[in-house]
Structures are given as C-alpha cells and as structure tokens.
Design a protein around this ligand. Structure first.
Ligand code: TYM
Length: 331
C-alpha cells in the first residue's frame, strides 16, 4: 500500500484553504493509502506564539481533522513535537542541505523580508519539513501549491542523501488537488487565504459561525464583468468562488459556469455561501462532539507510538549510513 502524509501548522485557526488544499485530499485518499496526518507544532514555533493559545490550538486541530472526516482507524494521527526523532533526523538532513537551497525557498524569502530579526528556525524550516516527510518513506504529500517547493526540496535532499550514503529514502512527490490548490482571500483575491491574516473578513475559519461565513462570502470582492466565468487573471474573485464551489461539490468548473450563465453574482454567491455553510455546519457539529472526548488522547497515543517507531528505525539507519554509530556499519 502506498503511503501519504501531510501536516498543518497551528499558527492560527484552520481555514477553508487548509481544508480544501490538504485535509480534504487526505479524506478522499484514506481508503486507498496508508495515511499519516500530524500537527506541525514545531513549525509553528519559528514565529513567536502565545503558549496558551498554541496549546489549545494543537488539540483543536486534531479534533477538527477527525470532524473533517479523517478516520482515526485509517490514519496515523500525531503531534510532531512528540516524536523526538524528527528534529534529530532534521539535523542529519541539514548537513546534506546547502545554505543556498534553504535560502532560495520562496516562503523563507518572503518571511525573512517581513521581519529582519527572523529566527534560524525560519531558514531550517523546510529541512524539518523534509524530515517529517522522509522518515516514514511516504510516496505522496497532498499539499496546496504554496508547499510544493518545500516537498520538492525534500525530494532533492533525499536524492542527495541516497547518492552520498546509499539507498535510504523513497523520493516523495507533492500531490495537488485539481481545483483547490490555492484558495484566495475573499477580500483580496490575489492573495492566499491564510490563517495568520490579521484582517479576518476575507478568511473563512473552519470555526466561524455560520452567519458570518455567509456574510463573508456575500461580501467577497468580485468585478464588474458580471459573468460567472473562470479567469484567474481578470476575474480572480469569481474564479476563487468557482474553485471553492467546485471543490466542495465535486461539480466541475465548466458545469458551474453553465449553471450560472446569464445569472447575477448575487445568486452565485448565495449558492457558494449555502454549500459552504452546509459543509462546514456538519463539520462543526461533529467537532463539538469530539473536542471534549477522551478518544483524542487514545488516537494520539496510538499515532505517536507508530510514528516514533518508524522514525527511530530511520534515524538509526541514517546514523549507520553516516558512520556515527557503535553498531556494525555493514548494512
Ligand atoms: P500550512 O499550515 O501553512 O498549511 C497547511 C496545508 O494547507 C495548504 N493551504 C492551502 N491550500 C489551498 N489554499 C490555501 N489558501 C491554503 N493555505 C494553506 C498548504 O499548502 C498545506 O498543504 N509547512 C507546512 C506544514 C508542514 C507539512 C510538513 C506539510 C510541516 N511539515 C510535511 C506537508 C508535509 C505548512 O506550514 O502548512
């Protein structure tokens, strides 16, 4: 069985973008793949976080994964920081990564520009991500397009490690969803919908109350062309709503264009709002039942045990390959 893995970083509440770009892909593949899903809490620390908020969010993420349809029986679900082998593997990979490669990452370039006192962790962030991906030999990494470059770096690091030290890692591939690879901010539809955005009017959180979801969609920025047509360059707002609607309903974009031919933006937005509210309403109902249940700890205990076992084996194997072990070097 092929393996898939993805993680989400608890720097803010999960958004509709996270759901469509990553979680939903995992849900749709979990029957056919050995699936790993975690909370990337170490990645959140590259930027200062309030400890109480972060702590609460980590648990909320796990409950929300399950509410979104992630089946704990079919997935290894865990918290990244509970697997101490991952940062250890990350260090070994850092020594196989060039400074040039790490500093060429688009997210690093953008974020380091925003704050001159950026942490060293911001630079090594994608190497930690490579450790997340490579330790368990996953084949595919379902992500939004903003993470594609990081998965490709993981692949390059794996390739270099294999050629230097001998076959150690499977080369992973990023997996992008057809329509939801980048959901944009509703108010500023040329910018990614992001959980760290300060102005919440363009961001749909999975925790938003249903009335505010409707209001945000009804007030989404559009254009004056008055045609429900997919054209990211000239109609980014409408194209974004088409992507959201298509992802949530599995109706193709061309069918949606046909369905709303000659109809106004108000009617189209109402349709998008209604399906989003229906979808997230059901998720929120399930979330309320899960968040306080003891089942969460059982799921996490089982998940981390499995994850640690695999990471320990990979770490020992890497050390042997690199010559830093007291074990027999002949493997
Ligand atoms: P993060 O937490 O920023 O995002 C989590 C996932 O959601 C996707 N995503 C989106 N997809 C579509 N539209 C959007 N507006 C949108 N916003 C976010 C992201 O592409 C991602 O798939 N570094 C990662 C977390 C991570 C990880 C990993 C992912 C750590 N280790 C290993 C995969 C494998 C991150 O910050 O994602």
């Amino acid at each position: 069985m092929k393996r898939i893995l993805t993680g989400l970083k608890p720097t803010g509440d999960l958004t509709l973008g996270n759901y469509i770009g990553a979680i939903r892909q995992m849900v749709s593949m979990q029957d056919e793949y050995d699936s790993f899903l975690f909370v990337a809490d170490l990645h959140a620390l590259t930027i200062y976080q309030d400890r109480l908020e972060l702590n609460e969010r980590i648990r909320k993420f796990i409950a929300m994964y399950i509410a979104c349809g992630i089946d704990p029986e079919k997935n290894t679900i865990y918290i990244q920081s509970e697997n101490e082998y991952i940062p250890a593997i990350s260090y070994l990979l850092e020594c196989t990564t060039t400074y040039g490669e790490a500093s060429r990452m688009i997210q690093f370039k953008e974020k380091s520009k925003q704050n001159a006192n950026f942490s060293v962790g911001l630079l090594t962030y994608p190497v930690l991500m490579a450790a997340d991906i490579l330790y368990c030999d996953c084949d595919y990494v379902p992500v939004g397009i903003d993470q594609k470059q990081h998965v490709e770096l993981a692949r390059n690091i794996a390739e270099r490690f294999n050629s230097r030290y001998g076959e150690t890692f499977i080369l992973p591939e990023p997996l992008l969803s057809e329509t939801g690879t980048k959901i944009f901010d509703l108010k500023n539809p040329t910018k990614k919908m992001s959980k760290s955005e300060e102005n919440p009017s363009g961001v749909i959180s999975l925790f938003d109350d249903l009335t505010s979801i409707t209001n945000k969609i009804m007030k989404a920025t559009t254009d004056s062309l008055n045609q429900v047509h997919y054209d990211l360059e000239n109609q980014p707002g409408i194209s974004n709503l088409l992507n959201i609607a298509s992802s949530l309903t599995n109706i193709s974009i061309s069918e949606l264009e046909e369905q709303f031919k000659g109809k106004g933006y108000g009617e189209f937005k109402k349709f998008v709002a209604d399906i989003t509210v229906k979808h997230l309403g059901e998720i929120q109902k399930r979330y309320e039942q899960i968040i306080n249940s003891k089942m969460l700890d059982d799921v996490l205990n089982k998940g981390i045990k499995h994850s640690r076992q695999l990471a320990k084996e990979k770490y020992e194997f890497m050390k042997t390959k690199m010559g830093i072990t007291r074990n027999d070097l002949k493997i």
